[in-house]
Design a protein around this ligand. Sequence first.
Ligand code: CA
Length: 447
Amino acid sequence: MVQFALRRSHIVAAAAMTALVAACAHTPGQAAPPPIAAPAAETGPITYAPSGHVGMDTWRTAFSAKALAAGHDREVVKSVLAGISPLELWLGSSFQPAQTGIEDQAEFAKPIWDYLRVPMSDSRIRTGASRLAENPALFDALEAAYDVDREAIVAIWGMETSFGAVKGNFDAPNVLANMAVEGRRKSLAERELFSLMKILEQGDADRDDLIAGWAGAMGHTQFMPSTFIAYAEDFDGDGKKDIWENEADALASTANYLAHSGYTLNQPWGIEVLARTGFDFGLADGNERRIETWASAGLVPARGGAFETGGANYAELWLPAGAEGPKYLLFNNFKAFKTYNNADSYAFAVGLSGEAMGGQRGPVASWPTHLTPLTVGEIKILQAALNAQGFDAGGVDGIPGRKTKGALQAFQKSRGLVADGYPTKQALALVTADSNVGVASSPSGTN
Ligand code: CA
């Protein structure tokens, strides 16, 4: 059997056979057979039919050699790289980095209540609640196996693909090859292609399974290939880690990922709070403090009662829309959500929508929709103006990150204002009134 498999492996172009060889080769107690000389056609560089794109062909020749040098299976390398072709999305004349998410600013430019519209829509919440109700045995098993709350799992499933409705329809090797050729994310794309090769070499999936969204994320909960290698699970035990068609495998993979990201069962991701009059919003500074500290500073749970933290002792105060909007104490599980997508708004949508699918819809407080958040261009003006006045807002990048909020809070404090760090038109007007840095200094400031 071993002998047969090894002989066949030189002439059969099948990843499954490679897996069989690997399995047989590791059978205990069997001596390895003598090496068999490979036919001449199976050594040296792999030749490919032209892709129709010169840059892609050049890249493929080099990357193919790199993959072979790294020890990847020849037939796997060939099967991953043979069918690639230029995609308009990545290599066409209308390529726009913003459209492909390379700039990743969408989550920052929108007011949070706009961002939440889809994740918190009635249809999303209803579907999530049905998914939970339809298969309680699966979610019981997932919670037991991974110590991750079902609401978190189902919420991520909703966020990533609307519960499998929008998984993407690209060939994963092809989108990653296009990303590599486009160049801006070349090393990431090449690493992910190596991971795809490993997936095939391990026999975890078949070549035809490798379907992805436009950026190479795969399956029900959009795993990148390297994430698949690290965390994908075969929950139904059929030998394949089928994150594309098998919900048990896909959701177990997500739970496994969250568990390894530090998620703790039965702890909140966040607790909405109310603040007593005169509360110092400067404490929303990104620092974690003990729950007792927050309570004595004047925060109470918005839904009443005592803080129920499931044993978590520390939280930070977060004001997603400033002092006039809903306020949250954020716990460690929020950080676990951010490992999926490193945006506060994303993690917030996961937490909030999961809670709603579980039957508790938030927030209790209403959004201050009368306040006008800033555009990316206006954030840049704000950042430059804060920097010019000695409040360190960091780089002028148009992203209102923690540093920008901190600088705005320091400015607000210095003027005796409510120091919530929320960048609105009103705040911008106050900061620029004191500054020589205005619209003229920023070419994008007219938006
Ligand atoms: Ca499976």
